[in-house]
Design a protein around this ligand. Structure first.
Ligand code: PLP
Length: 453
């Protein structure tokens, strides 16, 4: 709230802008979670983001734990990225033709994530998963897609599907405007439940083109795959001639230089494969967020024999006016090149300290909770019932979600901007240094009290 002049009533600029936005834009926002629907109150209208902070239109600075929903691993407005964007922009915004940098970005991703032998750039994660599914259908000649409850893969029709009643094998629309005939080609299974996957393949294996899975689920809060789940999923799918699409739009190049795939493949442990020596190799992978460094870049990639079915080398159509946009690709390349071991070490450290401090303060106020963690992604599930941790969407829904809104607002009042929903991951950046973390920690006592009330 801003004091305009002595004696004049304070003006809530954010509230005024939100009113105005609601008259011009449905719900006042261009993506639903921004409207603060699940925490209430007035969204902040941001005008600047730098390092670990964002600044609203009233000039108030907040420590940011949203990081643009993932891309800003280096911190906002990293000078190397801004310079690359300015340099690219000075040479033209969009050519609608090939550029050298697209190949550089594809090569860099292929180098770091070995299941990716070819890569096609698109502009959003939604496009990436939608195209990956079309490709899997084109490759297998089958129609059915399996997804997991609580996983988000963007808003294409067939993926806006939710499980029906216990008897219904195929899914129902999760949004108005999605035809039931479309979701009838999607099966929604409980996450981390290999028996459900086995049953689905036993009953419908010859119709299933692909299983799509978040490499580690982070769109229902964070719910990591149980050890061996991803590998066993791939093995099962392959036994039935289906592909696996590992969606790393959120995890890719955030949780490690090789994304979730890189983390799991680096993990020593007992083999979950029937044939020792097999590898955890998804057929297709999708990326977004970090690979655009805050600009609209996403991608699908994977096995060369599958990817080469894309137009123009193959019969599966896919295209985009802005695909591989030179300014956007410059931001992505600069981000990935700057993301060295020190960056990932800092992200891991910040995630560890912040999550354990939040946990410590909640515990001090007697708020039962679980810290849900997947690499440097984390979130909290509230309540006695979930304090042992959750492994699927049904588990996530058993929590006392209402405890989050007062927690969120206490943090916001203290100058810390959290994701405005308990069902979102918290994102750190390499700019979350000790001083920034101290600002977060000092806000926690009051927030934990608010959550306890
Ligand atoms: N897949 C995953 C795992 C995501 O987290 C998201 C977005 O949050 C998407 C796909 C969709 O990406 P976009 O919002 O760029 O369309």
């Amino acid at each position: 709230t801003t004091q305009t002049a002595p004696g004049v009533a304070p003006v809530d600029v954010n509230a005024e802008l939100f009113d105005r936005a609601r008259r011009a834009i449905p719900g006042g926002v261009n993506s639903p979670v921004r409207a603060f629907g699940s925490v209430g109150g007035t969204p902040r209208f941001l005008v600047e983001a730098r390092g670990a902070t964002v600044t609203d239109v009233e000039g108030r600075e907040y420590v940011d734990l949203v990081a643009g929903w993932g891309p800003a691993i280096l911190g906002h407005a990293d000078p190397r990225v801004i310079e690359a964007v300015q340099d690219a922009a000075s040479r033209g915004l969009s050519f609608g033709a090939s550029t050298p940098v697209e190949t550089e970005l594809a090569e860099l991703i292929e180098e770091r994530v070995s299941p990716v032998e070819r890569l096609r750039l698109v502009s959003t994660g939604t496009e990436a998963t939608m195209s990956a599914i079309r490709l899997a259908r084109g490759f297998t000649g089958r129609d059915v897609v399996v997804k997991f409850a609580g996983h988000y893969h963007g808003h294409s029709d067939g993926l806006l599907a939710e499980a029906g009643s216990g008897l219904a094998t195929f899914a129902l629309p999760a949004s108005a405007g999605v035809p039931a005939d479309v979701t009838a080609l999607t099966m929604v299974l409980p996450y981390n439940d290999l028996d459900a996957v086995r049953d689905a393949f036993a009953a419908h294996g010859d119709r299933i083109a692909a299983v799509i899975t978040e490499a580690a689920a982070a769109n229902m809060g964070v719910v990591p795959p149980e050890p061996g789940f991803n590998a066993a999923l791939i093995e099962l799918a392959h036994q039935h001639g289906a592909l696996v699409i590992s969606d790393e739009v959120l995890t890719g190049f955030r949780v490690s230089a090789g994304g979730w795939w890189g983390l799991e493949n680096a993990t020593e442990g007992p083999s979950v494969f029937a044939n020792p020596g097999d590898q955890y190799l998804p057929d297709l992978m999708t990326f977004g967020k970090v690979i655009g460094g805050g600009m609209p870049v996403a991608a699908l990639g994977g096995r060369a024999d599958v990817m080469d079915l894309l137009a123009p080398s193959g019969p599966v159509y896919q295209a985009g006016t802005l695909s591989g946009n030179p300014v956007a690709v410059a931001a992505g390349l600069a981000t990935l090149r700057a993301a060295d071991d020190d960056v990932y070490a800092r992200l891991d450290e910040a995630a560890s300290v912040i999550s354990s401090e939040v946990s410590r303060h909640l515990a001090a106020e007697g708020v039962a909770h679980a810290v849900q963690r997947a690499g440097n992604l984390f979130s909290f599930a509230f309540g006695e019932e979930v304090a042992g941790g959750v492994r699927d969407y049904a588990g996530v829904q058993r929590q006392e979600a209402w405890r989050y809104a007062p927690f969120f607002h206490a943090m916001l009042d203290a100058g810390v901007s959290l994701p405005p929903s308990v069902f979102e991951a918290w994102f750190v950046t390499a700019a979350h240094d000790d001083a920034v973390i101290e600002r977060i920690v000092s806000a926690l006592p009051a927030a934990a009290k608010a959550a306890a009330a």
